[in-house]
Design a protein around this ligand. Sequence first.
Ligand SMILES: [Zn+2]
Length: 437
Amino acid sequence: MNTGTKLGFSNLRKSVSARVNEIAEIEMRQVGKIKHSMHDACLSALAMMYFQDASMLEFQRRLQEQTQMNNLQTLFQVETIPKDNQLRDIIDAIPSQKLLPIFNDFFRLLQRGNQLQPFQFLDEGYLLPIDGTQYFSSETINCPSCLTKGYKNGTINYSHKVLGASIVHPEKKQVVPLAPEPIKNSDGSKKQDCEINAGKRFLNRIRQEHPKLEIVITADDLYSRQPFIEALNQNKMSYILIAKPSSHKVLFDQLIEKEDLDQAHLLEWQDNEGAIHRYEWINDIRLNGNKSAPLVNFFEYSIIRDGDKITYKNSWVTDIRVTGNNVKKLVKAGRAKWKIENENFNTLKNLGYHAEHNYGHGKKNLSFNFFLFTLLAFFMHQIIELKDPLYQIARAKFSAKKEFWNQLRCTIRVIIFENWESLLGFVISPPTDIRAP
Ligand SMILES: [Zn+2]
């Protein structure tokens, strides 16, 4: 039914297979049988993340023994289910940056299928919130890329962090993830990597990969400092960054002066429940006290209840000129996040973690590569939610998304399906004449 569409499951899976085979051929200089085992390892990892099932391989091995068939083969074209240590060794050795182009492949498919344009919220460009996430932490398990933090009592904490970014629209549930940037230590470096440095690398890479894409970066207070704003300007990206009074003293002092001169603008409205929404803004003020301080535009938003109780207050700096016409929209844009509002992501993050429990942390790239497969599976879910009509029908049969995926997981443990569509078809209308023998 939907097998032929560019944004269907099969085509996404094919595009991953093509990249993985390319990596095996060019990067790893492997041929024949070894190439297959690399494909099988990567697609098995993707399948585990896609179905959010860390024991998927075990169940499919059982099906294979019983019936000489299994769903990893039919749905993901895995020829031979890899052994656990084989899967770990192969994925550990893949240089992570070689997997990043898969994100662009999905992105281009969305672009060509006219599915990106509906995500545009501001005229200035696509909203792209960026944010650091820790996805691994331990006091014993570690690898050379681990970030380290020593404590007075002698213990060391090892962790992996990543700078994540997804295109969002404040009124859409789905998001479009871009390839994330690892926050990690590189070989021989004594200095710990940090979120801001990863942020700057991310901006450069995204600009290289998407030279013409109009982007509005949103981020928290950590990023609203001169070096990062200069990196944004260099990469011709717009921004809406939280700016707190505690970290922007000079900026907030100017506000008071300007307010005295009556240069501040104010807009207020009252909602049905009586809460007052107050917007205040000033254009062209200095970010800080430096001689070379960039000029920024500033806006603030507060919600006031019961006459004088401020129940919400936040403030931002932006390069976009703030007016009475766009200030409400800018506040919405500044508040839109991708991580917190997305119920799925935490499950997926945990799944990456569970996979790591089964397969280990690795010596090179295993931990981050598992994270990448997790995010790719999440990306596939986003596209399928947007574009797969059969998915939408099947999903509507269940009130909770968790229950829907639970059903898929259980079903593929016992029945073999030719393809994704026949699995969904089964879930939509299960045969009524099944009886245990
Ligand atoms: Zn590590």
